[in-house]
Design a protein around this ligand. Sequence first.
Ligand SMILES: [Zn+2]
Length: 213
Amino acid sequence: MKPTIHFIHEKFVYFNELIFNGKLPLPSFQLTNATSFLGKYQRKEVNGELIDVITMSTSEELKEQELEDVLIHEMIHFEIRYLGLQDTSAHGHLFMCRMTWINAVHKRNISVSHRRGAQDEILPSRSKRGVCTVALMCFESGEKGIKVMSYSYNSINEFMNKVSNVSAVKSVEYYIVNDSFFDKYPRSTALKYYRISDEDIAKHLPEKAKLST
Ligand SMILES: [Zn+2]
Protein backbone atom coordinates (compact mmCIF):
# COMPACT_ATOMS: atom_id res chain seq x y z
CA MET A 1 0.00 0.00 0.00
CA LYS A 2 0.92 3.66 -0.29
CA PRO A 3 0.39 6.25 2.42
CA THR A 4 -2.37 8.85 2.32
CA ILE A 5 -2.68 11.93 4.53
CA HIS A 6 -5.57 10.25 6.31
CA PHE A 7 -3.49 7.11 6.95
CA ILE A 8 -0.53 9.09 8.33
CA HIS A 9 -2.77 11.23 10.51
CA GLU A 10 -4.57 8.23 12.04
CA LYS A 11 -1.38 6.30 12.63
CA PHE A 12 0.33 9.34 14.13
CA VAL A 13 -2.45 9.75 16.69
CA TYR A 14 -2.35 6.03 17.49
CA PHE A 15 1.42 5.75 17.93
CA ASN A 16 1.63 9.05 19.76
CA GLU A 17 -0.57 7.53 22.48
CA LEU A 18 0.98 4.07 22.36
CA ILE A 19 4.66 4.94 22.22
CA PHE A 20 5.15 8.64 22.96
CA ASN A 21 2.81 9.11 25.94
CA GLY A 22 0.62 11.35 23.80
CA LYS A 23 3.09 14.18 24.21
CA LEU A 24 3.79 15.08 20.60
CA PRO A 25 1.72 17.93 19.19
CA LEU A 26 0.02 17.28 15.88
CA PRO A 27 2.41 18.24 13.04
CA SER A 28 1.57 18.94 9.39
CA PHE A 29 1.57 15.96 7.07
CA GLN A 30 2.70 15.97 3.46
CA LEU A 31 3.05 13.45 0.68
CA THR A 32 5.75 13.39 -1.96
CA ASN A 33 6.64 11.17 -4.89
CA ALA A 34 10.33 11.60 -4.18
CA THR A 35 12.29 8.36 -4.49
CA SER A 36 15.28 9.47 -2.40
CA PHE A 37 13.56 8.89 0.94
CA LEU A 38 10.52 7.17 2.40
CA GLY A 39 9.95 9.56 5.25
CA LYS A 40 11.22 12.89 6.48
CA TYR A 41 10.76 15.07 9.54
CA GLN A 42 11.45 18.79 9.27
CA ARG A 43 10.91 21.91 11.31
CA LYS A 44 10.18 24.59 8.74
CA GLU A 45 9.63 28.30 8.89
CA VAL A 46 6.38 29.27 7.20
CA ASN A 47 5.36 32.93 7.27
CA GLY A 48 7.67 33.53 10.20
CA GLU A 49 6.23 30.62 12.16
CA LEU A 50 7.99 27.34 12.91
CA ILE A 51 5.98 24.29 12.00
CA ASP A 52 6.75 20.59 12.28
CA VAL A 53 6.21 18.61 9.10
CA ILE A 54 6.27 14.87 8.52
CA THR A 55 6.51 13.95 4.85
CA MET A 56 6.03 10.46 3.49
CA SER A 57 6.81 9.20 0.04
CA THR A 58 4.29 7.43 -2.16
CA SER A 59 7.04 6.18 -4.48
CA GLU A 60 7.04 2.60 -3.20
CA GLU A 61 4.52 -0.08 -2.35
CA LEU A 62 5.10 -1.07 1.25
CA LYS A 63 3.31 -3.27 3.74
CA GLU A 64 1.23 -1.43 6.31
CA GLN A 65 3.65 -2.40 9.06
CA GLU A 66 6.60 -1.08 7.07
CA LEU A 67 4.85 2.24 6.53
CA GLU A 68 4.16 2.39 10.26
CA ASP A 69 7.84 1.82 11.00
CA VAL A 70 8.79 4.64 8.62
CA LEU A 71 6.34 6.94 10.41
CA ILE A 72 7.59 5.95 13.88
CA HIS A 73 11.14 6.59 12.69
CA GLU A 74 10.13 10.16 11.79
CA MET A 75 8.28 10.50 15.09
CA ILE A 76 11.53 9.72 16.94
CA HIS A 77 13.19 12.65 15.12
CA PHE A 78 10.22 14.80 16.10
CA GLU A 79 10.37 13.65 19.73
CA ILE A 80 14.09 14.44 20.06
CA ARG A 81 13.43 17.93 18.69
CA TYR A 82 10.38 18.32 20.88
CA LEU A 83 12.30 17.33 24.03
CA GLY A 84 15.01 19.82 23.07
CA LEU A 85 17.67 17.10 23.26
CA GLN A 86 20.89 17.36 21.30
CA ASP A 87 21.83 14.24 19.36
CA THR A 88 25.35 13.45 18.20
CA SER A 89 24.25 13.26 14.54
CA ALA A 90 21.06 12.75 12.51
CA HIS A 91 20.90 9.14 13.66
CA GLY A 92 23.17 9.58 16.63
CA HIS A 93 23.30 7.89 20.01
CA LEU A 94 20.04 9.35 21.15
CA PHE A 95 18.15 8.25 18.07
CA MET A 96 19.63 4.74 18.20
CA CYS A 97 18.91 4.43 21.89
CA ARG A 98 15.28 5.41 21.36
CA MET A 99 14.89 3.23 18.27
CA THR A 100 16.30 0.17 20.02
CA TRP A 101 13.98 0.81 22.94
CA ILE A 102 10.87 1.01 20.78
CA ASN A 103 11.86 -2.07 18.78
CA ALA A 104 12.36 -4.04 21.99
CA VAL A 105 9.36 -2.84 23.97
CA HIS A 106 6.83 -2.35 21.19
CA LYS A 107 8.03 -5.20 18.99
CA ARG A 108 8.70 -2.98 15.99
CA ASN A 109 11.27 -3.23 13.26
CA ILE A 110 12.38 0.36 12.83
CA SER A 111 15.76 0.95 11.26
CA VAL A 112 17.87 3.86 10.12
CA SER A 113 17.92 2.69 6.54
CA HIS A 114 14.19 1.97 6.37
CA ARG A 115 15.08 -1.61 5.67
CA ARG A 116 14.08 -4.65 7.58
CA GLY A 117 16.12 -6.59 10.09
CA ALA A 118 17.96 -3.85 11.93
CA GLN A 119 16.58 -4.57 15.37
CA ASP A 120 19.87 -5.90 16.72
CA GLU A 121 21.42 -2.50 16.24
CA ILE A 122 23.93 -1.99 19.02
CA LEU A 123 25.50 1.34 19.72
CA PRO A 124 29.22 1.80 19.23
CA SER A 125 31.23 1.76 22.44
CA ARG A 126 32.10 5.44 22.22
CA SER A 127 28.50 6.15 23.15
CA LYS A 128 29.10 5.12 26.76
CA ARG A 129 28.46 8.64 27.99
CA GLY A 130 25.62 11.10 27.97
CA VAL A 131 22.61 9.58 26.31
CA CYS A 132 21.05 6.74 28.19
CA THR A 133 17.90 4.97 29.21
CA VAL A 134 17.35 4.96 32.95
CA ALA A 135 15.07 2.60 34.84
CA LEU A 136 13.59 4.09 38.00
CA MET A 137 12.45 1.37 40.38
CA CYS A 138 10.09 2.03 43.27
CA PHE A 139 10.28 -0.66 45.93
CA GLU A 140 7.61 -1.88 48.32
CA SER A 141 9.76 -0.42 51.11
CA GLY A 142 9.31 3.06 49.64
CA GLU A 143 12.92 3.17 48.59
CA LYS A 144 13.78 4.32 45.06
CA GLY A 145 16.64 3.14 42.93
CA ILE A 146 17.94 3.63 39.41
CA LYS A 147 19.60 1.41 36.91
CA VAL A 148 21.30 2.85 33.85
CA MET A 149 20.44 0.45 31.10
CA SER A 150 22.64 -1.15 28.56
CA TYR A 151 21.78 -0.28 24.95
CA SER A 152 21.11 -3.45 23.06
CA TYR A 153 17.75 -4.79 22.03
CA ASN A 154 18.35 -8.07 23.89
CA SER A 155 19.52 -6.47 27.09
CA ILE A 156 16.46 -4.22 27.25
CA ASN A 157 14.21 -7.28 26.93
CA GLU A 158 16.29 -9.23 29.42
CA PHE A 159 16.19 -6.49 32.01
CA MET A 160 12.43 -5.99 31.70
CA ASN A 161 11.83 -9.72 32.10
CA LYS A 162 14.07 -9.93 35.13
CA VAL A 163 12.64 -6.93 36.89
CA SER A 164 9.06 -8.05 36.38
CA ASN A 165 9.85 -11.16 38.47
CA VAL A 166 11.13 -9.25 41.48
CA SER A 167 8.27 -8.93 43.94
CA ALA A 168 10.01 -6.21 45.99
CA VAL A 169 9.78 -3.91 42.98
CA LYS A 170 6.44 -2.13 43.05
CA SER A 171 6.80 -0.24 39.80
CA VAL A 172 9.38 0.63 37.15
CA GLU A 173 9.47 3.70 34.98
CA TYR A 174 11.87 4.32 32.12
CA TYR A 175 13.35 7.61 30.97
CA ILE A 176 15.52 8.69 28.08
CA VAL A 177 18.00 11.38 29.01
CA ASN A 178 21.14 13.11 27.87
CA ASP A 179 22.64 14.01 31.22
CA SER A 180 26.21 13.52 32.47
CA PHE A 181 24.77 12.95 35.97
CA PHE A 182 24.29 9.31 34.96
CA ASP A 183 27.85 8.81 33.63
CA LYS A 184 29.05 7.52 36.98
CA TYR A 185 26.67 4.55 36.97
CA PRO A 186 27.64 1.30 35.28
CA ARG A 187 25.52 0.02 32.41
CA SER A 188 24.50 -3.60 32.42
CA THR A 189 21.53 -5.91 32.58
CA ALA A 190 22.33 -6.91 36.17
CA LEU A 191 19.58 -6.17 38.65
CA LYS A 192 21.88 -4.14 40.89
CA TYR A 193 20.43 -0.72 41.54
CA TYR A 194 21.58 2.55 43.06
CA ARG A 195 19.57 4.60 45.51
CA ILE A 196 18.45 7.99 44.32
CA SER A 197 16.92 10.90 46.22
CA ASP A 198 13.58 12.47 45.32
CA GLU A 199 15.48 15.67 44.70
CA ASP A 200 17.72 14.04 42.10
CA ILE A 201 14.72 12.34 40.52
CA ALA A 202 13.00 15.70 40.11
CA LYS A 203 16.16 17.25 38.73
CA HIS A 204 17.39 14.52 36.38
CA LEU A 205 14.34 12.50 35.37
CA PRO A 206 11.83 15.00 33.99
CA GLU A 207 8.27 13.81 33.37
CA LYS A 208 8.43 14.58 29.66
CA ALA A 209 11.40 12.22 29.24
CA LYS A 210 9.38 9.27 30.51
CA LEU A 211 9.02 6.38 28.07
CA SER A 212 5.89 4.36 27.57
CA THR A 213 6.12 0.61 28.04
ZN1 LIG B 1 15.94 9.42 10.09
